[in-house]
Unconditional design. Structure first.
Length: 340
C-alpha cells in the first residue's frame, strides 16, 4: 500500500537527515536559565497547537526544564511571530507554525522577515483535506467540483485566514479547474472547521490534523486529500488523493515546527539539534500523533530544513502574488517562481 509522502519517510530512514546538512552538536551543553517559551501564533486546538504541545513535552523531558506554550493568534500568525523576532535572542523564546509562512509574511505586508532570520526545527508535514459536513449533498470530490464550477463565487470555503495553507489549496484547485469560490477566513484551523459544522461555511480545506477526530466520529466527510497519494487516517481509513480527479494540480508540502532567532548563541542551537537527534526523531508520542492525525514525522533542521521549506515558500509566494494578495512582488524579495 502506498503511504503519503513515502519519499520523505524513506529519506529519513536512510539518512536521518542530519549528516552534512547541519552542524554536529558540540560537546557543550546549554542549560536554560529560565523557562523556554514557545509561541503558537494561532488559536488553541489547531494543527500548530497540537504538534507543538507534544514537542514541548519532549523537550521538557530531554532538557529537564520547563517549557511554556503560549497562544498568540492574530494577522495570519504574524503577531506571535513578530513577538519572537523582537525577543532577546538568548534561546528562551521560540515561535512555531507552518515554516513557509516565514517566507511569505513580507509578501503579504504582514512582517519584515525571511528564512534567514531563523533557525528552523521541523517536526511534521501536515496534509490538507477538502471536507464537508457529514450531511452535505456532496458525496465525493467530483460532486463538489461540479458545484464549484456551476456556482462561481458562491461556495464558502473556510480556512485559517488570508495566505493560509487552506486558502492556497483552494486557489490551486481553482487554477486547475477555472472555478471560483468565496473565501471565509478565520483566526485558526479549529474555528474554520467549526464553521463547516455549524453550516456557516460549505467546505473546508484545512489540515487533516484539525479534522481527523471529527472525521472518525462521522461529523465531517472527507472528499479528497490534497496530496498525490491516499492519506491514511487511523480509525477511518484512506482518503483519496486530489490527483484522482486533478492529475496535474500542483501539490505543496507543508512543514510544521518551531524556530528561534538566528542570532541566538551557538550552544543553544547545538543543544536543540541534539534534542532533535536523540528525542524528537524517535518520539513515539509524535509518531502516534502522526498516525492518528494523518501527518508524517519530518525531524529536519539546519540547512536541510531550510532547503525543503524554501521550495514551499516559492510556491506560496507566487500563488499569493498571482491572486492579487501580495503587497510586495516575490521577485523584489528575491523569491523566484517555482522551477527557477
Amino acid at each position: 500500500m502506498r503511504t503519503l509522502l513515502s519519499g520523505l519517510v524513506l529519506c529519513l530512514a536512510s539518512s536521518l537527515v542530519w549528516g552534512a546538512s547541519a552542524r554536529e552538536p558540540s560537546g557543550c551543553s546549554w542549560v536554560p536559565e529560565r523557562p523556554i517559551t514557545i509561541i503558537v501564533p494561532w488559536a488553541q486546538g489547531g494543527s500548530t497547537d497540537q504538534v507543538i504541545r507534544l514537542v514541548a513535552g519532549e523537550i521538557e523531558k530531554a532538557l529537564q526544564c520547563t517549557v511554556v506554550v503560549v497562544n498568540t493568534p492574530g494577522r495570519t500568525g504574524s503577531v506571535g511571530t513578530a513577538e519572537a523576532l523582537q525577543a532577546e535572542p538568548d534561546g528562551s523564546t521560540w515561535t512555531s507554525g507552518s515554516a513557509a509562512a516565514l517566507g511569505v509574511y513580507p509578501v503579504l505586508g504582514l512582517l519584515e522577515t525571511s528564512l534567514d532570520d531563523w533557525h528552523l526545527f521541523l517536526a511534521v508535514v501536515n496534509t490538507p483535506v477538502i471536507s464537508v459536513r457529514a450531511d452535505s449533498e456532496y458525496g465525493d470530490f467530483d460532486g463538489f467540483l461540479a458545484d464549484l464550477r456551476a456556482r462561481p463565487g458562491e461556495l464558502r470555503v473556510a480556512t485559517s485566514g488570508t495566505g493560509s495553507t487552506g486558502q492556497k489549496v483552494i486557489e490551486l484547485i481553482c487554477r486547475a479547474t477555472g472555478a471560483k469560490y468565496q473565501h471565509a477566513g478565520y483566526d485558526g484551523g479549529q474555528p474554520a472547521v467549526a464553521s463547516v459544522l455549524s453550516g456557516e461555511s460549505d467546505v473546508t480545506a484545512q489540515l487533516a490534523s484539525e479534522q481527523a477526530e471529527l472525521i472518525r466520529r462521522g461529523r465531517l466527510r472527507p472528499l479528497a486529500a490534497f496530496s498525490g497519494e491516499p492519506l491514511e487516517i487511523e480509525g477511518y481509513g484512506q482518503v483519496p488523493p486530489v490527483t484522482d480527479w486533478l492529475p496535474d494540480v500542483h501539490i505543496m508540502t507543508d512543514y510544521f515546527g518551531m524556530w528561534t532567532h538566528s542570532e541566538v548563541p551557538d550552544q543553544v542551537i547545538d543543544t536543540m539539534q541534539r534534542v532533535w537527534q536523540e528525542t524528537i526523531a524517535g518520539s513515539e508520542a509524535l509518531r502516534d500523533y502522526a498516525r492518528r492525525q494523518g501527518a508524517v514525522v519530518t525531524p529536519y533542521y539546519g540547512q536541510e530544513a531550510r532547503r525543503r521549506v524554501w521550495e514551499t515558500v516559492k510556491t506560496d509566494a507566487w500563488i499569493l502574488h498571482d491572486i492579487g494578495l501580495a503587497e510586495m512582488s516575490p521577485e523584489e524579495l528575491g523569491i523566484p517562481r517555482p522551477g527557477n
